[in-house]
Design a binder for this molecule. Structure first.
Ligand code: COA
Length: 324
């Protein structure tokens, strides 16, 4: 049976580092509060580059590490909730920048679960033999939709991009199981409105600001429940036990969410990879950046079982289990 294997990974973070101490000059907060509540020490905040620029730079690196040329890419999916335009999509502009002239391209909106949704969609195209090589990108400039006066949210997020090339293979490696969820009944606990309805027939809704609002504790509880369930799901589907898993790469939102998820999943915390200390929560980019960091640090060996798991606005969640 045809499988989707990861042929290469890449990531890119803007150069500008913003520490917790830097943030304490903007809002009433402290390194002590942010570190103990979230585990985050610093994040990257773009001062020039766009979501498309970050996406392009991560993609170049993913293509380089895959040995697949841009012209061989059949489809580009960019998961993002901070696109530079409603149209064209980030994916279409990146297609042009890369010279991926034979690919279809679209953006996908599943908030912080975007990369997991994108991988699952790409897997379907590969399994059905519709496409052979698919470039997936998670790219975000969350800094543009943060309320920089709200200390409850602005300290949590960062900008960045992660990318990977999936390719068709008949080997036993690759994606073995996936699971996706959405719970629209909780859509109001994590929101960011788009532009208001404003036309000659409706001039009433001008006060909607495109900024993130969050009920932190509700999101916290949702996250732990979701991560635990999604991990259980993919283990069951792949008929594997937690002991057989080398790494779990969770969405990098909060160290305490990861610790609690490890506890409720009955999986040692050491198996959960974390880089949120230096990236913060980069939304759809986070799992891709983390996977690239692990791969580039030579911590993954052929045959290792890995779970990628995410959750986010919507509320969405999902996981992928793969054999490296
Ligand atoms: N610095 C200092 N104090 C802060 C603060 C900050 N950056 N942010 C909030 N506080 C204050 C609050 O105002 C509150 O003060 P009060 O008791 O005087 O009212 C106090 O800290 C506790 O706030 P609370 O919101 O109850 O804290 P918490 O323990 O729930 O932690 C989060 C807040 C945001 C860290 C936590 O809820 C969380 O991580 N939620 C999940 C968020 C997430 O991951 N979102 C993205 C999902 S994709």
């Amino acid at each position: 049976m045809m499988k989707a294997i990861i042929a290469g990974t890449g990531s890119y973070l803007p150069k500008n580092i913003v520490s917790n101490d830097d943030l304490s000059k903007l809002v009433e907060t402290s390194d002590e509060w942010i570190s103990t509540r979230t585990g985050i020490k610093e994040r990257r905040i773009t001062n020039q580059e766009t979501t498309t620029d970050l996406a392009y730079k991560a993609s170049v690196r993913a293509l380089e590490s895959s040995n697949i040329k841009a012209e061989e890419i059949d489809l580009i999916i960019c998961a993002t909730m901070t696109p530079d335009n409603f149209m064209p999509s980030v994916a279409c502009v990146v297609q042009e920048m890369l010279g991926a002239i034979h690919s279809a391209a679209f953006d996908l909106s599943a908030a912080c679960t975007g990369m997991i949704y994108a991988m699952s969609i790409a897997e379907q195209f590969i399994k059905s033999k519709t496409y052979k090589n698919i470039l997936i990108i998670g790219s975000e400039t969350l800094s543009r939709i943060l309320n920089w006066e709200d200390r409850g949210t602005c300290v949590l997020f960062g900008d960045g991009a992660g990318a990977m090339v999936l390719t068709a293979s008949e080997k036993s490696n690759g994606i073995l199981a996936s699971t996706l969820y959405a719970d629209g009944s909780k859509n109001s606990i994590l929101t960011c409105p788009a532009i208001p309805l404003d036309n000659p027939y409706n001039r009433q809704s001008k006060n909607r600001e495109s900024k993130i609002k969050m009920e932190g504790q509700e999101v916290f509880k949702f996250a732990i429940r979701s991560v635990t369930k999604c991990i259980k799901d993919v283990l069951q589907k792949a008929d594997l036990s937690p002991d057989e898993i080398k790494y779990i790469i969770p969405h990098q939102a909060n160290k305490r969410i990861i610790e609690q998820s490890a506890k409720y999943s009955n999986i040692p915390e050491e198996k959960f990879f974390m880089n949120l200390q230096h990236c913060g929560n980069t939304s759809a980019a986070s799992v891709g950046i983390a996977l690239d960091e692990l791969a580039k640090a030579n911590k993954l060996n052929t045959g290792d079982y890995i779970i990628l798991v995410g959750f986010g606005g919507g509320m969405t969640s999902g996981a992928i289990l793969l054999k490296w």
